[in-house]
Design a protein around this ligand. Sequence first.
Ligand code: FES
Length: 506
Amino acid sequence: MTTTTARQSLWLADSGAGVDYPALAGAVTVDVAVVGAGITGLTTALLLNRAGLRVAVLEAGRVGHGASGNNTAKVSALQATVYSELIRRHGVAAAAGYAEANLAGVATLAEIVEQEGIDCALERRPALTYAISESERDTVAAEFEAARRAGLAVVQDSDGAGLPLPTYGSVRLADQLAIHPVRYLRGLAAAVHGDRSRVYEDSRVLEVRAGGTSTVRTAGGTVRAEWIVIATHAPMLDRGLYFARLKAMRSYCVAARLRSGRPPVGLAINAGDPVRSIASAGDLLIIGGQGHPAGERGVDAGRYLALESFARKHWDVAEITHRWSAQDLYAYDGLPMIGSYTPGSRNVFVATGYRKWGLATATAAAMLLRDSLTGQSNPWTALFAPHRLSLRDLPELARLNGKVAVDLVGDRLRPAEVSDPADVPRGEARVLRDGVGQTGVYRDEQGGLHAVSLRCTHLGCLLRFNGAESSWDCPCHGSRFDVDGAVLEGPATRPLRRRTLSDEEA
Ligand code: FES
């Protein structure tokens, strides 16, 4: 996806253009249409292709340019404090199922790398959950116990296992993976694209019709298929009400070149807030954190500066080489949603809600989707069924949607920030109230103005400016748009209306 504002992860920045896949043109008939060429979509396509099915993968932008190419590249079944949370919310059996799925995801990803000969710098590394303060010590100890009960072969350390900062204990799981996610995705795409199956880029799906034979339509063509898999990170179809059951969270990453010393080997994350995720790629240190709900007010470049300052405090940083951000989706009850798109649907499937750990969980999701489409039983089907009802978590569901109602109504009353676009400084954005509603005006560093309607094209919430990314973000369900209105993140699929400012205004 080419946009005016998206920053690039270090993996996108050092990968070159990659292979261009064609846009869909005309009518195609396959067994399975997969919407989205991230880890979920491409792994599902590969596994189904191996099972003898013909697959068409439709990507709105370019392979690797979505969430799967913008992360910290950790492939791990140890995931901060997830097992303490899952045992508390769902019990030990559910946590054990989640652990088993993620271990299988890690193992399958490594197998695919080997079987397909993908050059993605895969390394076996330990994953760590560490205590960055005395107050996190008990949380880490509890996570050790929870992860052990869930079936992970974790080890408890009294220190931070090699991190060059004061730590207060850690949990470690050996043999997890670090990869170059963009090279991995491109390797997956190359393995899928062949005589039986095809990858299409620049092919945004505009319409999905489910039935005996389903159809998927893009601007350039149509795919007829028996099954459809929606693997668009945020599910793009409103039926199923995923937007109302998922919470979108943003987080930030920086990469740093060190003047002396080496970045740590472990894939580490602390056990509380603020989050300080630590990883490395080659000789670059990666720090992640500073998360917040999508569409939060007052987000600016300070998110990156806080991470940079943490890196400089504990390492001899020569320069910050890359900055990028990620968006992650959390189901209201904390478990991923993988299976039939709507209750009883037999030909449309979905996978979403991987929290921050999509590289491992998405691979497990692809295994489950393959089994669902090929009629095989799978041990995680019920656990991850998208339409399970968790009574215990209904208050969280109500809270999530109560917040949306407040954002939907409250922002309608917000005052305009400027009445004259001439008052918008370079590199900043302001809200302008005009005769047709609220207009977002951004002035780029060259002085050019970019004006768009602030009404989200999903369900009409008003967007807020994200100063860290120079994007317009939706507080209701996490859709994001660049300053010219192009969609950066769903569930929205249509761009914002562009507004024309008169010469006098500009
Ligand atoms: Fe749903 Fe904006 S993402 S209204």
